[in-house]
Write a protein that binds this ligand. Structure first.
Ligand SMILES: Nc1ncnc2c1ncn2[C@@H]1O[C@H](COP(=O)(O)OP(=O)(O)OP(=O)(O)O)[C@@H](O)[C@H]1O
Ligand SMILES: [Mg+2]
Length: 316
């Protein structure tokens, strides 16, 4: 497996003592759409700023596209498109002119094709119509789109996007997700941070979960969700009987709400979850009338809650 981002023991303690990132070991495979997930204040932006060579780590190492950061920033950054919190825009210039400025700051960008590049980038983020408007009159979502356009001026091996859908409306979020998939399809590795679990689930192949500066887990999204067992749900006109039978069969955390009985699938001594079909036939044999029977798929959100044990709270 080729990795495009790798950190070992990466640590950042800010002046003032805040330990923002604590011994982070991250491995982002080439070709992945890698979701960097964690609640507010968990260290995502701090990590990204270290990866982009904007701040120095207190300890540990980070390599991007095989080169150590921040030492190799000069060689690495031209190959990376980045969107970091609070993009710098010239408010008195319109969106198009802001991009022209960005493009002319890139020594590798051919001036003859500049206008076409800028038009293409505006098109990709849906800003063609608003390209002539001064950016001080842009909404948060429009600024975010423009920052993304700046990251897309050149084809890149790697895109690093810090909360790319921040400030976007639901339609805008869908558009950005589609764009990320398209970029991945073209072969760009995309590393994006988010505190939105379902967003990560919809667009990412891999994810890492952070909490309070520490990495809780990383892997493919399928692996992460599979680490959490699904919940059994039975709809029946005989909920009390169903609950009793399920408990006898080893189902735990059985709850009854109206005609719906749910619980955690039992696990054998070998760690294998019970076969749902066996539970269903046992219910029927016991005379329970089953209207609907299913195992709800575990989501990344379930996995996150299981990992942190507390959900999505901001640490102090
Ligand atoms: N410049 C700074 N000086 C001191 N502490 C900081 C600084 N920047 C961030 N922190 C602290 O470091 C921790 C991690 O912050 P960071 O911005 O990396 O979190 P985040 O995961 O990006 O959060 P969010 O989802 O809100 O963007 C927080 O406790 C924050 O208060
Ligand atoms: Mg952040």
């Amino acid at each position: 497996m080729t990795v495009v981002i790798e950190t070992r023991g990466l640590t950042k303690r800010y002046r003032g003592g805040q330990l923002a990132v604590d011994r982070l070991d991250l491995a982002v495979p080439a070709g992945s759409v890698f979701g960097f997930l964690g609640p507010n204040g968990s260290g995502k932006t701090t990590t990204i700023r270290m990866l982009m060579g904007l701040i120095e780590p207190t300890a540990g190492t980070a390599s991007v596209l095989g080169r150590g950061m921040p030492r190799a920033a000069g060689a690495v950054l031209p190959q990376v498109g980045a969107l970091i919190e609070g993009p710098a825009l010239y408010g008195y210039l319109n969106g198009r002119d802001n991009l022209l400025r960005y493009d002319s700051a890139d020594p590798t960008a051919d001036p003859r094709t500049r206008r076409a590049r800028v038009a293409g980038a505006l098109e990709r983020v849906g800003l063609t119509a608003a390209g002539g408007k001064k950016t001080k009159a842009y909404s948060l979502g429009m600024k975010q789109r423009l920052a993304l356009a700046a990251a897309l001026l050149q084809p890149r091996k790697l895109l690093v996007l810090d909360e790319p859908t921040n400030g976007l409306d639901p339609q805008g979020m869908r558009e950005i997700r589609a764009l990320v998939r398209e970029l991945a399809h073209e072969g760009t590795t995309v590393f994006l941070s988010s505190h939105l679990l379902d967003e990560i689930e919809q667009v990412c192949t891999h994810a890492a979960v952070m909490a309070r500066g520490r990495l809780l887990t990383q892997g493919t999204v399928a692996e992460l969700a599979a680490g959490t067992r699904g919940r059994l749900a039975v709809t029946t006109p005989d909920p009390a009987d169903a609950a009793r039978v399920l408990k006898e069969l080893g189902v735990t955390d059985v709850t009854v709400a109206g005609d719906r009985v749910s619980g955690e699938l039992p696990v054998s001594d070998e760690g294998e979850p019970a076969e749902p079909a066996d539970l269903n036939s046992a219910l029927v044999r016991a005379g329970v009338r089953v209207r609907a029977f299913g195992v709800e798929r575990a989501s990344l959100e379930d996995a996150f809650v299981a990992l942190t044990g507390e959900g999505f709270d901001v640490a102090g």
